[in-house]
Design a protein around this ligand. Structure first.
Ligand code: 5AD
Ligand code: SF4
Length: 438
């Protein structure tokens, strides 16, 4: 071993987490070993997110902490969404950083790292919206012991008014369905039983080889030998077609869960957000899902306080929650992001008012969720074991609906992580279910 070491910290979404797995695999291939302390590393990488809340400022603060380590002759790289967004400005503000690379350039990481090792001090991989290629590597270091991620589509062409993703992750590009299926089979061969298909808009998938629709790809992955659970995230309502519901009904390994971000319950606000659907259009998709033979759990993302959102329009988001009855809601206060179209709209709603709306929404959702979860009392759910909580003497895992389930176990030896157990639900919490193994 050459003795080169790296430390990697990751922020943001599952796409970023999975990119990190690919980056780790690529670096290991280049003779690097991962270490878990900054002090022990020759190379420090920071895989960044820029979705909300002045994320870039946090990165610069963090880089400031790195300053003292820089004296020890270590090299620094900023990768991911803030890297793509801020580009060479990062070198100005943190001169000890020698690599700045966005996700669309990771295919070139071996070359970028080699240039850095050769002493170049400002190596950039900023491919922006130019690239047509996806970041595929056979070296992915799979860090989650039971759930394997496969990216099927990268980038985004939707340009919602508030969102940085089209600028940080480049244009939409899908991976060939055969290559996806080969990877699914390889993963199943490694012993994984759960696969999560990833994409910023996973259901905008367009097979470049023209062989499979998104729904057909879901079915094919679900039919791979050994695979027991298939999830996919995140879907966009615009591309949510009825055949997705049909395929969930038809293929038992597809999980009972759809995450479909609505962002707002007001058609006026949705138009201002450039979401390209109306409240009614979205609710129609909810009706399709609710009409399925299986009971499919629903979750969503919501932004409160988008520029110009009136109290009445906010109220429409609350009535949408009442109507849909989601199992989980991720809600955020609007925050203006660099380069995005909504940056020119006046962010007129005070932070205090945004916080108030957020709290009202979370309180309402808590009640809905409590009622939803209570309806599950007495049900037997299949839970994939993720570990145990010795303090509570409970086994922890997740149901097909993606709900965390903690349960008691009658035997002295805990069930293996990754195994599946039948659990009868006996109690509910706001964000989890409690039960006993049957
Ligand atoms: N402000 C607040 N929330 C945002 N999101 C994306 N961009 C912004 C922004 N500028 C939220 C959306 C998206 C989730 C991942 O983050 O709800 O679905
Ligand atoms: Fe963050 Fe979006 Fe980048 Fe994911 S794609 S890391 S959520 S900015």
């Amino acid at each position: 071993m050459s003795g080169k070491t790296f430390y990697l910290e990751t922020f943001g979404c599952q796409m970023n987490a999975h990119d990190s797995e690919k980056v780790i695999g690529t670096l290991e291939q280049q003779g690097y070993a991962q270490v878990d302390s900054e002090e022990a590393a020759d190379l420090l990488l920071y895989n960044t997110c820029s979705i909300r809340d002045k994320a870039e400022q946090k990165v610069f603060h963090r880089l400031n902490d790195y300053k003292k380590l820089a004296k020890a002759g270590k090299r620094f790289g900023v990768i991911g969404c803030v890297a793509q967004q801020e580009g060479e400005k990062i070198f100005e503000r943190a001169p000890y950083v020698s690599l700045v690379a966005g996700s669309a350039s990771y295919r070139r990481l071996p070359e970028l790292i080699a240039r850095m090792e050769a002493g170049e001090t400002r190596v950039t991989g900023l491919d922006d919206r130019q690239t047509d290629e996806a970041f595929e590597t056979e070296f992915t270091a799979r860090k989650n012991p039971y759930r394997a991620y496969i990216t099927i589509i990268e980038g985004c062409d939707k340009f919602c008014a508030y969102c940085v993703v089209p600028y940080t992750r480049g244009k939409e590009r899908s991976r060939g369905s055969e290559s996806v299926l080969e990877e699914a089979k390889r993963i199943a061969g490694m012993g994984y039983t759960e696969i999560q298909l990833l994409g910023q808009n996973v259901n905008s998938y367009r097979d470049p080889t023209g062989k499979k629709s998104f729904a057909e790809l879901l079915a094919a992955v679900g039919e791979v030998d050994g695979i027991r659970r298939v999830r996919f995230t995140t879907s966009h309502p615009r591309d949510f077609t009825r055949d997705i519901v049909e395929v969930i009904d038809a293929v038992p390994t597809l999980c009972d869960h759809v995450h479909l971000p609505v962002q707002s319950g007001s058609t006026r606000v949705l138009r201002a957000m450039a979401r390209e659907y109306t409240r009614e259009w979205y609710l129609e998709r909810m009706d399709w899902i609710k009409a399925a033979k299986r009971k499919i759990s629903l979750s969503t993302d919501i932004i409160v306080g988008f520029p110009g959102e009136t109290p009445a329009e906010f109220e429409e988001t609350i009535t949408l929650l009442n109507e849909v009855q989601y199992d989980v809601v991720f809600a955020f206060k609007y925050s203006p992001r660099p380069n995005t179209p909504s940056l020119v709209m006046i962010d007129s709603i005070s932070d205090e008012e945004k916080s108030k709306r957020l709290q009202i929404l979370l309180d309402r959702q808590r009640e809905i969720q409590r009622a939803n979860y209570d309806r599950r009392l007495g049900e037997v759910l299949e839970v994939m074991v993720e570990g145990n909580n010795p303090a509570r003497e409970q086994i922890v895992g997740r149901s097909s609906q993606n709900i965390p389930v903690n349960f008691s176990w009658p035997h002295p030896i805990a069930p293996a992580p990754g195994s599946y157990q039948q659990v009868r639900i006996t109690r509910t919490f706001p964000n989890s279910l409690v039960g006993e193994a049957v």
